[in-house]
Design a protein. Structure first.
Lengths: 120, 256
């Protein structure tokens, strides 16, 4: 990505990521330090609970005789993960905290800029 | 030779443009040439096909048939280059409501390949020009209709485009804002840019535009320079009402 064209693309990708970050930040209630701290706390609790659940499941499964539950547990866990990630983008878009990428169509950006942003 | 030169210098050239929604043609075989450096008014009653046409010019809707050339480049084949050279005042749905005015302008500047520092500097200057300094820190979602048009206009100017495509740019804007916008657009035309706008305010079109086209039911029903149109005794409003076939006298309601 050393070509000028590549640099332009990456500058645009950075700008889209920045706008996405600002959109999410601005949608926080009040967008002040207090609400940011509350959001951080909720995030830690939510993702902490998931980590605890995973660690607990790992510890239980490690015990002898519990292997037979593994397929069932993995199926259920995968299903829940996919359901969760179906809803999260919809919720983000509907609350306005995510950029509507279709609006980027009016700007001179290569399709790959938006794709890079979406796909990392 | 002159004709060829004129043909070469079109900012917008549209041939047999059609847009179908199911069986219904929103735009039906449109032929239109907008010379460079002109101030072009695109008029029509509600549902005539103005917004559909402008959305196709912006690359937001694909034509069902026909060809579009902007700044002598074909759409959509050279869309990337074209989009970098046009400034848009679209309908309000294309603004990002969760960004502040200042953030939006900086973002748009960066989308048009300006350095971040330049985009930020121009954003600040445009906010001052449009008297949005304080509002620049508010979310666009909290803006009034007039403020949204002002921020859209600022975004259209930030990269100094050659062609402006504007859908009802003065709608909801107060007299001071509208005057500023008009003066800016006239300056842009004087420096050689082309303005293509739709408007329902015929007085504005009559005062600003040097060329006008009227669309009705997806077809151009009248086109010419303002001088040509003024040569008759009719005002633009009378002409508009006549060519779109809305001359009937409203029946008075019994109870009114």
């Amino acid at each position: 990505m050393n070509s000028p064209g590549g640099s332009v693309v990456w500058n645009q990708v950075r700008a889209i990521a920045w706008a996405q970050w600002r959109s999410s930040w601005n949608r926080l209630p009040g967008a002040n330090k207090g609400s940011a701290a509350a959001t951080l706390l909720i995030g830690i609790l939510w993702y902490g609970a998931i980590v605890l659940l995973a660690a607990g499941a790992g510890a239980i499964m490690a015990q002898a005789g519990h292997e037979r539950f593994l397929p069932l547990l993995l199926n259920a866990a995968l299903f829940l993960m996919f359901v969760y990630w179906q809803f999260v983008p919809v919720i983000m878009a509907s609350t306005g905290s995510a950029l509507d990428l279709r609006k980027l169509l009016v700007y001179p950006i290569r399709r790959c800029s938006a794709l890079r942003y979406c796909c990392g | 030779m002159l004709g060829k030169r004129m043909q070469m210098s079109a900012a917008i050239r549209v041939r047999q443009l059609r847009k179908l929604y199911g069986d219904k043609a929103a735009v039906d075989g449109l032929d239109l040439t907008v010379p460079r450096g002109s101030f072009f008014g695109f008029l029509g009653p509600n549902g005539a096909g103005k917004t559909t046409t402008i959305r196709m010019l912006m690359g937001l809707a694909a034509p069902s048939e026909g060809s579009i050339e902007l700044l002598d480049l074909p759409m959509p084949e050279r869309a990337l280059e074209i989009k970098g050279r046009i400034g848009l005042v679209p309908d309000e749905s294309l603004l990002f409501d969760a960004l502040t005015g200042a953030e939006f302008l900086e973002f748009v500047g960066r989308m048009y390949k300006l350095d971040r520092a330049v985009a930020r500097e121009r954003a600040g200057e445009l906010l001052t020009l449009f008297e949005l300094d304080t509002a620049g820190r508010k979310l666009i979602g909290e803006y009034s209709k007039g403020m949204r048009k002002r921020i859209a206009m600022s975004a259209a100017l930030i990269h100094r485009p050659e062609l402006f495509l504007m859908d009802e740019p003065f709608e909801g804007v107060d007299a001071v804002g509208a005057r500023l916008m008009k003066e800016l657009l006239i300056e842009q035309v004087h420096r050689g840019a082309t303005v293509f706008l739709t408007s329902h305010v015929l007085e504005v079109v009559e005062r600003l535009c040097d060329r006008v086209a009227i669309i009705n039911q997806g077809k151009i029903v009248l086109e010419g320079t303002m001088a040509e149109l003024r040569s008759g005794s009719e005002s633009l409003e009378d002409m508009f009402v006549r060519v779109v076939g809305a001359e009937r006298v409203a029946e008075t309601l019994d109870w009114l």
